[in-house]
Design a protein around this ligand. Structure first.
Ligand code: F6R
Length: 273
């Protein structure tokens, strides 16, 4: 793995936040996977569990691939790991091709030794009248597990984290939300047709995410460059939910050069090493 060549700190408006820039997305994913593996092993050595907050989408797939490799080749065990996924479409059946339940099984859980009862994803099949109680229970379960040690995030083109779309409040918790039109259009590639993309989703809230002890947000590609720049430079507000991460004490962006291209070169300072 190449080391990141430059690190920038947000400084424009409000609290700062490290942004680490990598030559290749694979390098950033390996970095996050190594951090997760170290945490799992440290906790295992202390006979403690490690609670991970997980994301779906194209961005973290290589993190999961690397963790699977470490499981196979380096005996990394997930026996002590508990997971909570950020979100799920609503309504959706877990076996449906686009469900995040299926995504996580195929890209991660089917390939590691995690105890299935330690895996949690919001259910897309809860009856509408039971959803708010269900969401409270999801929050409760996170708390009872000891809280999330490390949360992986991607970022949507609307600036969403999880499915906290523009307008989401800083103190929001797990709940049913309406998906932004931009987000639904981005999901057409998975559903084939806009009419088939669900209007709603269940997502952890901004506050739920901010309570994680560490947060690692990954963003790759030119199509993420503008929103990354805005998330880092705009005023912290509900208009762009990812800006709330800047108040967190251990949050980091890990980006590739394409996703960093709208940040001013001066932002990154002198190359390391
Ligand atoms: C997924 C999630 C979303 C994605 C975001 C980026 O669980 O919560 O916030 O992280 O939409 O998606 P990709 O990685 O597909 O660009």
């Amino acid at each position: 793995m190449q080391s990141p060549d430059v690190v920038g700190m947000t400084h424009q408006t409000g609290p700062s936040m490290p942004v680490v820039r990598f030559r290749e997305p694979a390098d950033a994913c390996k970095r996050v996977a190594a951090e997760i593996a170290a945490l799992i092993r440290q906790r295992a050595a202390e006979s403690r569990r490690c609670v991970l907050g997980l994301a779906t989408g194209s961005t973290p797939i290589r993190v999961y691939r690397e963790l699977i490799r470490m499981h196979r080749e380096e005996r990394l065990s997930f026996f002590n790991v508990v997971t909570f996924n950020l979100d799920e479409y609503y309504p959706i059946k877990p076996e449906s091709a686009q469900s995040y339940h299926r995504f996580m099984s195929e890209h991660f859980f089917n390939h590691i030794d995690i105890i299935r009862s330690n895996v949690h994803l919001p259910k897309g099949t809860v009856e509408l009248e039971n959803v708010s109680g269900y969401c409270r229970d999801y929050e409760e379960l996170i708390l009872r597990s000891g809280g999330i040690d490390l949360q992986i995030l991607g970022i949507g083109r609307t600036g969403h984290i999880g499915f906290n779309e523009p307008g989401a409040k800083r103190d929001s918790r797990t709940r049913l939300v309406r998906l932004d039109t931009v987000t639904r259009n981005d999901a057409v590639k998975d559903f084939g047709d806009l009419d088939r993309v669900p209007l709603l989703a269940i997502t952890m809230g901004v506050e739920t995410i901010l309570q994680a002890r560490r947060i690692r947000l990954l963003a790759f590609g030119e199509h993420k460059a503008r929103i990354v720049q805005q998330a880092i430079e705009n005023r912290i507000s509900s208009a762009l939910p990812a800006t709330f991460l800047r108040g967190h004490r251990d949050a980091q962006y890990l980006v590739d050069y394409d996703a960093a291209q709208c940040l001013p070169p001066s932002f990154f300072g002198t190359p390391l090493q």
